[in-house]
Design a protein around this ligand. Sequence first.
Ligand code: FES
Length: 116
Amino acid sequence: MRLCHLDDLPDGDSRGFDPRASGRDTILVVRQGRRLHGWLDACPHHGTPMAWRKDAYLNAARDRIVCGAHGAQFEIHTGHCTLGPCLGQALTPVPLTIDDDGGVHLAATPFEETRP
Ligand code: FES
């Protein structure tokens, strides 16, 4: 499933997506150069969405993903919580691919993978 074009993702910034048209973003993507880091937008603390406003998933230094609810911080490239109430837990990865034309796609459907 195509999410967007690489040019739609500012380098060093984050963006949320709603690929299931659920009415809220369920995936977040952080771009670092040509590398993309995709995670489910669900904090391991309470399972809730993390952006404090649309597409705002990063701290001021832009080196951590931050949950807007209680301030947990996560490494961008591993998803591991490094500070906050879910220390030792991690975000759920969402595999992404970039095609030759710069299209960004979900490599798999994480929602289906999690079904028993
Ligand atoms: S819900 Fe994310 S830190 Fe509490």
